[in-house]
Design a protein around this ligand. Structure first.
Ligand code: GLV
Length: 389
């Protein structure tokens, strides 16, 4: 067994063990992938301030996100097709999150259904919804999430139309995978993955197949998006979801201060600064550069969470020090899952936790609540995309 010391180690194992179609699905951004790349590379422009001779005993990364206790402010982001990265992937990831003490967010585009995850976990998880035009389906999704004991809904607001990911089109990506000479030849080299898939019945979009009407090809993300998504989405519609759901609601996909104010106005419990991991608007600024202006605009009115680009505990620390109250990892846990199943997700959380804890201490802080801009060197104009870095 190789010695795994960082998230990149997990990514490499994941790449070897997973069929190309699903690896590419996770590991791509839209069009030129500029935003996808800058989400991670822009973190490097922010530097941490080293302090010494500070008592580093009794350190704590414990905090809360939307009032829920978390072992560290890092939730698992909603990731579509997680159950294609490894058999029963959503259940495995949810279990690892539960044991670690961080929130798990189930995607609507998951393979395991809401009910599957609820039956196989014991703590409430969060459920992500897109903004679909079928009211009946939306209401039933909320009912199912309520019945499953979900404690929050995460509404994705940046995917009314789908940003093109070239590799998905070239690979004919779908769930279950379309069997072509190329895809079968590739899958035959992924023995562990294949045995896992043969051993589970969960190979379709579990929240959709058998529940949504009138979608011609429910195995294809692009067909589903084109046919089911509400292109005419507005803030009234999001407010309506809040009424229908009646519980905690997080708005995901905010990159602009005015949009952040609108989300606060409708009474959302939190917003997630996110550009969808660089999978939607290619050419958008990285999430970390968008964060400061949004904190300035609404940080005192609403909990601001951060997503897109986190691959380490140092990245979590930087986002928290800029003012985020919580962060999300998508790819970072998917790498662990595809590499080693549930144990791999635990490994990715352990790696991030250790990096966060030790780096916080080396910055002279022992409590995650006390980190702030004083531990950072942020380049002038970092939050202003018109200023070149
Ligand atoms: C779905 O949300 C995706 O980004 O593929």
């Amino acid at each position: 067994m190789p010695v795994i010391t960082n998230i990149e180690d997990l990514r490499r194992i994941y790449e070897r063990r997973t069929p190309r179609m699903f690896y590419d699905y996770a590991e791509s951004g839209s069009w030129t992938e500029q935003t996808f790349r800058e989400n991670t590379s822009d973190f490097r422009h922010i530097r941490l301030k080293q302090r010494v001779a500070v008592d580093m005993d009794n350190r704590s990364t414990r905090s809360t996100m939307i009032g829920e206790d978390v072992a560290m402010p890092v939730a698992l982001a909603p990731v579509g097709l997680t159950g294609m990265q490894t058999a029963d992937g959503e259940i495995k990831a949810a279990r690892a999150a539960e044991k670690f003490g961080v929130p798990f967010t189930l995607s609507t585009m998951s393979i395991c259904s809401i009910e599957d995850v609820a039956e196989n976990t014991s703590k409430p998880f969060w459920f992500q919804v897109y903004t679909l035009k079928d009211d009946d389906f939306m209401r039933r999704l909320f009912d199912r999430a309520r019945a499953a004991g979900c404690s929050a809904i995460v509404v994705t607001v940046d995917l009314q139309v789908l940003g093109q990911r070239h590799k998905d089109l070239k690979n004919g990506m779908s769930a279950p995978p379309k069997l072509t000479v190329k895809s079968v030849a590739n899958m035959m080299t992924k023995v562990q993955w294949g045995l896992g898939m043969l051993g589970t019945k969960r190979r379709f979009f579990g929240n959709i197949v058998g529940h949504a009407k009138g979608v011609s090809d429910p195995s294809s993300l692009s067909t589903w998006t084109a046919e089911a998504f509400d292109v005419s989405l507005d803030w009234d519609r999001i407010a309506q979801f809040k009424k229908w759901w009646g519980g905690k609601l997080i708005v995901k996909g905010i990159m602009d201060a005015e949009d952040a104010r609108r989300a606060a106005d409708i009474g959302a419990d939190a917003i997630i600064v996110s550009n969808h991991g660089g999978r939607q608007l290619d050419g958008a600024v990285s999430s970390i550069r968008a964060l400061p202006a949004i904190i300035d605009a609404v940080g005192d009115r609403i909990e601001v969470h951060f997503d897109s680009g986190i691959r380490s505990g140092q990245d979590v620390l930087k986002a928290m020090a800029l003012g985020a109250k919580g962060t999300y990892v998508g790819r970072a846990f998917t790498y662990g899952l595809g590499a080693m199943g549930e144990a791999g997700v635990t490994k990715s959380l352990e790696l991030i936790h250790k990096e966060l804890d030790v780096s916080m201490a080396l910055c002279g802080e022992t409590d995650i609540h006390n980190v702030g801009p004083h531990i950072l060197y942020v380049p002038q104009g970092f939050g202003d995309p018109t200023v070149p870095l």
